[in-house]
Design a protein around this ligand. Structure first.
Ligand code: IVH
Length: 674
């Protein structure tokens, strides 16, 4: 037998390596090695520990929390999407949020809100049928979650059976670890949130069971029959079913009460045994919630009002520039590493040239850094008293890293000069192109697992990927020779890339990164073109002008978007790159917006103010019922709905001329059966 001490030392070394790899994977979300290498090490350790039982005393492998979770959980579609929340940082944001709600609902008075601490954990959904817990899902991408039932079932707070249940009930809430419990396992994870996430995604539920996970319920998904009228009643009822409800939830009625409640919770924050990063304000009336609906990412009826951020002081050692995917030049301060709220920060954004000038920020300055939630750390202020005599004003570079001259554009709508300098070369600039690639593979775009930012950087440097189409003709033989790439990880990458080739038209439009075309606008444009072959007509210089005119009619698309689309497609290199990408993809047509609406295949336009609902709500309802909203009167229009207050005469006249069906607000409600 080998020397016992030697075996122990080797084992310790390997266990430490595994813990570090685990940390990189969970805490930093940056795996250092391939899956196969990780698995090999894990297997090796299991084998050694079986052979030499005395090793168990040093480190019992089953006690290494965060034994890497498998990515092989079954994916299940959420009955209703699990959305995220918009953020508010100050009173003004709350006032704006409330204004939007009253405008949408056409209300003058205040609406009531349910105020709930925003627990910083991992959201999950639990489905009960006839009172039995049938499955539990992680949020996943919001549309598809991962089936993590067994792991969720290990959490004591989660009831497995409900008394007096409705036929179907989906409960949504946050899984978290208490601060005290976290203390016991803190050497393995960066923070409680990572620990909860990592534990929930264990393949082996007996590992999850060892972690003291807890649960707070905050809402519902599908429920049959409909039971509740208010969010606050819903919380009360969830409590009687045995779900833990945060005891600090209450209702508030106006901005002042929101402010008071926010301050109260911020003061309580440090005394709570769980991490809270803000307060969620939800419209309490569930009918109103339904009317308000959501944008593609977040509900219009709720907002997360974040707590103020944590600050620290450090010294700027350099100022460099970074190029974003839209060509935006962002100055970044390199600072002496400093811990801000538990995270080591060595870069902080300086936003733009104007910000640097306004604050007169210089290399060598001592500055205050702020980090708020998941937002990039920023430089708040300069301590000029600590400035050295030889300090020099920072001169902002006027050239991009690619050498091209950068420009500040003038906004079409506000006529103001943009604070941000941009490189306008698009795919012609290597730095912009690389960022565009990172966007293309990201979660909301092609969502290619295994092709993260770091891998793109690496493949770019090795000339493996230079344009989006290159992703789909990767030289796997070359990759196989690279360090860290084993059979399994290559196979996984290949599968993920193949799968991503089938992409919906709207996701594709979002992915190609046209400035000012976010997810919401991409959906609007996708629904307009319906098929990729129609979308392709944008590449045709002659047809484009006419198409853009029609696009202008769409609700949500304005001059800024139109100009940006024109700029994008008139750039020859962009066109070439996107066209060759389209050749290797299978872009799926948009599905009909609604299969059973009253307005299926109908084009509607609204003019004038309405009495019972806002125009935004009328538009949202029409769209839910299958209509396409047009912005101008043309032969394509089927209905023109006129509100009582100040309808545009010209539009009515033109509609009459074209013999278009004109409807009053009253008839509109009749048609909707309201
Ligand atoms: S409501 C559609 N309520 O915050 C809105 N979310 O950024 C669904 N969270 O993914 C969320 N406490 O993980 C809601 N009382 C609360 C919450 C809460 C924590 C988390 C949740 C969600 C995220 C949204």
């Amino acid at each position: 037998m080998k020397n016992k001490k030697k075996i122990q030392d080797e084992y310790k070394k390997k266990v430490n390596r595994l813990i570090n790899l685990n940390k990189a994977y969970f805490d930093k979300d940056k795996p250092i090695v391939s899956d196969s290498e990780f698995d090999k090490l894990k297997q090796e350790l299991i084998n050694i520990s079986k052979k030499y039982t005395f090793l168990k005393k040093i480190k019992d492998l089953s006690k290494i929390v965060g034994f890497k979770p498998s990515t092989k959980f079954e994916k299940v579609k959420h009955s209703k999407p699990m959305l995220s929340l918009g953020n508010a940082f100050e009173k003004k944001d709350i006032i704006d949020f409330k204004k939007k709600i009253s405008n949408f609902l056409n209300f003058k008075s205040d609406v009531q809100f349910s105020a709930e601490p925003k627990i910083d954990g991992i959201s999950s959904t639990l489905r009960y049928e006839k009172g039995d817990l049938v499955f539990g899902l992680s949020r996943g991408d919001g549309i598809f979650g991962e089936n993590i039932t067994e792991n969720l079932a290990t959490i004591k707070d989660i009831p497995k059976k409900l008394l007096d249940p409705p036929e179907i009930l989906e409960v949504r809430g946050e899984v978290y670890i208490g601060k005290k419990d976290f203390e016991k396992i803190k050497d393995k994870f960066a923070n409680p949130r990572n620990a909860a996430g990592g534990s929930l995604r264990q393949k082996n539920s007996s590992e999850t069971a060892k972690i003291p996970l807890k649960f707070f319920a905050y809402g519902i998904g599908e429920v049959k029959p409909k039971l509740f009228k208010k969010q606050s009643d819903l919380l009360k009822r969830l409590k009687t079913w045995g779900f833990p409800i945060n005891e600090l939830c209450e209702t508030v009625n106006n901005t002042d009460e929101i402010e008071k409640n926010h301050i109260k919770l911020e003061n309580l924050r440090s005394n709570l045994d769980y991490d809270v990063d803000g307060v969620v304000y939800k419209v309490n009336n569930l009918d109103f919630q339904e009317r308000l609906g959501s944008t593609s990412n977040s509900p219009r009826w709720a907002i997360a009002y974040k707590f103020s951020s944590v600050k620290a002081s450090s010294k700027i050692t350099n100022i460099v520039i970074q190029v974003g995917r839209t060509g935006a030049i962002t100055p970044v301060a390199k600072i002496n590493p400093v811990t801000v709220g538990g995270v080591v920060v060595s870069n902080a954004t300086l936003h733009n040239e104007d910000e640097i000038n306004r604050k007169d920020i210089r290399i060598g300055d001592t500055v205050t850094i702020q980090r708020a939630g998941d937002v990039i750390p920023q430089v708040l202020s300069v301590d000029k008293a600590k400035r050295g005599k030889n300090s020099k004003k920072f001169i902002f570079p006027t050239k991009c890293l690619c050498g091209a001259i950068t420009k500040k554009e003038t906004s079409i709508t506000t006529k103001k000069i943009d604070a941000v300098r941009r490189c306008l070369k698009g795919y012609e600039c290597d730095f912009t192109a690389k960022e565009k690639l990172k966007h293309i593979v990201s979660k909301d775009a092609f969502d290619i697992e295994g092709l993260g930012k770091k891998v793109i950087d690496n493949f770019w440097n090795l000339n493996l990927i230079k344009t989006p189409a290159d992703i789909f003709r990767l030289d796997y033989l070359k990759i196989r020779k690279l360090e860290g790439w084993g059979e399994l990880s290559i196979k996984n990458l290949q599968n993920a890339i193949d799968k991503s080739k089938n992409i919906m038209l709207d996701k594709f439009i979002f992915s190609i990164g046209i400035r000012h075309i976010g997810q919401e606008n991409a959906k609007i444009i996708g629904n307009f073109f319906k098929k990729s072959k129609h979308f392709s007509e944008l590449f045709n210089d002659k047809k484009r002008a006419k198409i853009l005119q029609n696009l202008e009619d769409l609700n949500g698309i304005g001059d800024t978007q139109i100009r940006s689309i024109e700029d994008f497609f008139s750039n020859k290199k962009n066109s070439e790159i996107i066209q060759s990408l389209m050749l290797v993809l299978n872009i799926k047509d948009m599905q009909k917006i609604s299969q059973n609406g009253v307005f299926i295949n109908k084009n509607i336009m609204f003019t004038g103010g309405f009495e019972k609902m806002s125009r935004s709500e009328a538009k949202a309802i029409a769209e839910e019922n299958g209509a396409k909203i047009l912005g101008s009167v043309s032969k394509k229009l089927n209905y023109l709905v006129i509100g009582n207050s100040k309808p545009t005469k010209k539009k009515i006249e033109k509609a009459k001329e074209l013999k278009i069906n004109i409807m009053t607000e009253e008839n509109w409600y009749k048609l909707l059966n309201r």
